[in-house]
Design a protein around this ligand. Structure first.
Ligand SMILES: [Zn+2]
Length: 236
């Protein structure tokens, strides 16, 4: 090749040199800043065509995920359930103990019921005995023994034969469940019906307005205690 140096308009390099690819070339389009930003927000979008991400598709994916999770949990539980059942099931020794406890409970309930029945019968028999008792000993003398040192300084009488307790007019505490005069009267009626007392007057606490006590009437035979008390110290 002959170099023509006289013509500076033509460069030898202009023949051999290739045009350098420039950044402005449209072969490889760079995503715009907004596009990049969007991609950064949703990385899944990068590998999937846009039409795949319809709401239906997303719903389907969610559904599949849910099902997969449920299946996985189910499989785990399936493995563990027999072990759990085994753990919660009582051992033969525990079973034996549980049976023994149950038997004991049944027996206690039975005995309690029997005991209550027996108590009731005893009370009934005692009442009959007391009603029939003349409170006199073999020598036709009073079998009533006087009891002193009570808070109200009034004597009581205790029959040594039938255990009847002859009390004067006195106060008795009401159970906490009884609060109003009406409730107290109902309670008194029940006591009278059972032959426990002959009558009583409810007492309302003036400070609280709650019926706290009943003033129980004296025993129908209390006059005998009074008589015996009067004879104390009298030489017969
Ligand atoms: Zn008696």
């Amino acid at each position: 090749m002959k170099l023509d140096l006289t013509n500076p308009g033509v460069s030898v390099y202009s023949v051999v040199s290739q045009p350098e690819p420039t950044a402005t070339e449209p072969t490889k389009a760079e995503p715009t800043a907004p596009e990049q930003l969007e991609k950064a927000q949703n990385p899944l979008k990068k590998n999937q065509p846009a039409e795949m991400l319809t709401p239906q598709m997303i719903a389907l994916m969610n559904d599949q995920t849910k099902r997969a999770v449920a299946d996985a949990v189910g499989a785990i539980m399936e493995k563990f359930l027999p072990a759990l059942e085994k753990l919660s099931a009582p051992s033969p020794k525990e079973k034996e103990e549980m049976e023994a406890i149950e038997k004991f409970r049944e027996r206690s309930a039975r005995e309690k019921k029997m005991g209550a029945l027996q108590d009731e019968e005893n009370r009934r028999n005692l009442k009959i005995q007391q009603k029939a008792c003349r409170h006199l000993d073999g020598n036709e003398r009073s079998s009533i023994s006087l009891v002193h040192n009570f808070y109200d300084r009034l004597p009581r009488g205790l029959c040594m034969k039938c255990r009847a307790f002859l009390e004067p007019r006195h106060y008795e505490l009401l159970p906490p469940s009884v609060k109003t005069p009406a409730e107290a009267e109902k309670f008194v009626r029940e006591l009278v019906k059972q032959g426990q007392i002959t009558g009583a007057t409810p007492f309302v606490d003036p400070k609280t307005g709650i019926t706290t006590h009943i003033l129980v009437d004296e025993h129908p035979l209390y006059f005998r205690v009074r008589e015996q008390e009067a004879q104390l110290g009298v030489v017969s």
